[in-house]
Design a protein around this ligand. Structure first.
Ligand code: PMT
Length: 401
């Protein structure tokens, strides 16, 4: 199950050299279980064939207003009415001008006029055309009409000129589509998420760490952003790329994480501590690499600050504090104990003894415990788990729990 599962997505491809890139978008959306319907303009067919989009989407590609005449169907009404979102990618200067003027001269323009779904426009063209005052004006008109226009990227264009006009990479575009499909129930909320492991230095080469990959915390940050929140992600060292539109603060040790979290905590409506923070650190951290012979096998450790416990002590009225617990036994009791001791509103308890949940894997199965009771979440993707945790947080924010 993904954010795109079962969603009706109409992808309108217009005449631009970037049309071939949209094939990758369609292919990925179909893999993510979306129902993808492609409409191509006449000029788009000069750059890429309908056969490609048909094979990738698994659906008939619409190229003509009057294709459905034989069976009496009205494609522009059906496609527009059934769409969850309409995506125009690449959007040529010509199609943008037609949409700005309200034209209804082909299947793309008529479908857009007929839909009530959000319309996302991805302009892609030569940078001189993009910068032309007529195009600039037309894009402003589209924004004023309620379309979401995504700025093109910059770089070397097909015409060998540098400038702005490139179709954005799919990972950025995908986030725009996901946000357009998501409920905006966290709009106006400021959310702090911690993710990943901490590293406690022994010397410049060695550290004490743990198995956290950061995937759970990054999923929470990404899904909260999609749902309209302003997100600050305090991240230990991970190999993950920064979720789009999220402010990331990189830290290494537990003490660095504590400093960053306490700096931002005051202004946040919700704090979610998904990071696996080292409880202890070496008493001495050497500035030079310790020779093998010089390492004392009894490494002396001292306790790190418990960031969540400190946050619980100074929690503001109305602020929602969410902890995680990584447990291999007595999940319920350990979760309840941490919820009470750290003054939390919600705790997500991972079973780290299972192979498909907890550290490193892409799926998770957590037990949620809050002041009103508990909820066992199903085994699902970390994005799916994140959305279910955020649902619970929204209920707490709205005073429903
Ligand atoms: O990153 P992944 O590979 O996706 O794995 C996800 C995860 C298993 C790391 C994550 O979902 C998780 O369970 N994180 C919390 C792990 C943990 O540190 O549990 P804990 O029981 O030791 O700590 C309880 C809570 O106190 C946690 O919210 C932790 O962030 C916080 N804590 C702990 C110690 C400390 N010194 N300061 C803290 O704030």
């Amino acid at each position: 199950m993904t954010v795109f599962s079962g969603k009706n997505i109409v992808v309108c491809v217009t005449g631009s050299i970037a049309a071939f890139k949209t094939a990758i978008w369609v292919s990925d959306l179909a893999k993510e279980e979306a129902l993808v319907h492609v409409i191509m303009s006449r000029s788009a067919e000069k750059f890429i064939t309908p056969l490609t989009f048909g094979a990738l989407s698994g659906n008939l590609v619409h190229t003509d207003m009057f294709m459905g005449e034989a069976n009496n169907s009205m494609a522009h009404i059906d496609l527009g009415r059934d769409a969850d979102i309409v995506v125009i990618a690449p959007a040529s200067a010509n199609t943008i001008a037609k949409l700005a003027a309200g034209f209804a001269d082909n299947l793309i323009t008529t479908t857009v006029l007929a839909t009530r779904a959000p319309v996302l426009v991805f302009p892609a063209m030569n940078s001189r055309m993009y910068d032309n005052p007529a195009t600039v004006r037309n894009i402003e008109i589209l924004k004023g009409l309620g379309f979401t226009v995504i700025n093109p990227g910059s770089g070397m264009m097909a015409c060998k000129e540098e400038g702005q006009g490139r179709l954005p990479d799919w990972d950025l575009a995908k986030e725009c589509l996901a946000a357009a499909l998501a409920k905006q129930d966290l709009a106006g909320r400021r959310i702090l998420v911690t993710a990943g492991p901490t590293r406690e230095a022994i010397d410049p080469a060695r550290f004490l760490g743990n198995r956290s990959s950061g995937k759970m915390g990054y999923a929470l940050a990404r899904c909260a952003k999609r749902r309209g929140a302003q997100v600050i992600l305090v991240s230990g060292p991970t190999a993950l790329s920064q979720p789009h539109g999220v402010e990331r603060v990189d830290v290494k040790s537990a003490r660095e994480m504590a400093k960053a979290v306490h700096f931002h905590a005051e202004d946040c409506d919700v704090i979610i501590k998904a990071a696996a923070v080292a409880d202890y650190r070496p008493e001495t951290s050497f500035t030079e690499k310790v020779k093998k012979e010089g390492i004392d096998l009894n490494l002396a450790l001292i306790q790190n600050p418990d960031i969540l416990f400190e946050l619980g002590k100074k929690k503001k009225q109305g602020q929602v504090l969410v902890g995680f617990a990584a447990e291999s036994e007595n999940l319920r009791q350990e979760g309840q104990r941490k919820l009470d001791r750290k003054n939390l509103d919600l705790i997500a308890v991972n079973d780290i003894s299972a192979t498909s949940s907890g550290f490193e894997v892409d799926t998770n199965k957590v037990l949620l415990i809050d002041r009103s009771g508990e909820q066992q979440l199903p085994l699902t993707t970390k994005d799916g788990t994140a959305d279910l945790i955020l649902d619970r947080i929204v209920s707490i924010l709205e005073g429903k729990l």
